[in-house]
Ligand binder design. Structure first.
Ligand SMILES: CC(C)(COP(=O)(O)OP(=O)(O)OC[C@H]1O[C@@H](n2cnc3c(N)ncnc32)[C@H](O)[C@@H]1OP(=O)(O)O)[C@@H](O)C(=O)NCCC(=O)NCCS
Length: 144
């Protein structure tokens, strides 16, 4: 996204709609979080999938996605693929790129949070369940 800053609004909008809106958080919160990915990096970094000038999807690598587990870092988070582009391997490619970026930045292990409905998707990509959170989410991890 550092190379294509014009996609920042789409990233904030989609991630807000998918994960934050129904918890009562304003879009401006996401706009601010997404802006953090314009720093020097490598963490946080937002990746964008694009076709010409069309936004297709996004994923981020962030320091912490689960406040109760500050010992775990970094995390792959905020994965989103536009509905018309799903089931073509783009989500898997974004997760792979994000993990590779984290490992390239020196991480030995990378983490992500998944609901029960996405657990299998990540397990097929080589991730393993590490723990379950109190609210029924799965923490999965992958080693370099
Ligand atoms: C989850 C999400 C990112 C997946 O994106 P995607 O681009 O469809 O992902 P992929 O195409 O890599 O894989 C999705 C499924 O399509 C299958 N698939 C991949 N390429 C395919 C192809 N060419 N033909 C048919 N199916 C294919 C995969 O095997 C996978 O199947 P599974 O769900 O049984 O594991 C997308 O559904 C999404 O944005 N959902 C809303 C947000 C969300 O839930 N984010 C994740 C939070 S943990």
């Amino acid at each position: 996204m550092r190379d294509r800053p014009g996609f920042a609004d789409a990233v904030a909008d989609r991630v807000w709609r998918a994960f934050w809106k129904n918890k009562g958080h304003p879009l401006s919160l996401l706009t601010g979080l997404v802006r953090e990915s314009f720093g020097a990096g490598p963490i946080p970094t937002a990746l964008v999938a694009q076709e010409d000038d069309t936004f297709i999807g996004t994923v981020s690598i962030i320091a912490c996605d689960e406040a109760t587990r500050p010992q775990y870092t970094p995390w792959v988070a905020a994965l989103w693929v536009e509905p018309d582009y799903r089931r073509r391997g783009i989500g898997a490619a974004l997760v792979e790129k994000a993990a590779a970026l984290a490992f390239g930045a020196g991480a030995e292990r990378v983490y992500l949070l998944s609901g029960p409905n996405r657990r299998l998707f990540y397990e097929r990509l080589g991730w393993s369940v590490l723990e379950t959170t109190d609210d029924g989410m799965f923490i999965l991890s992958r080693e370099a």
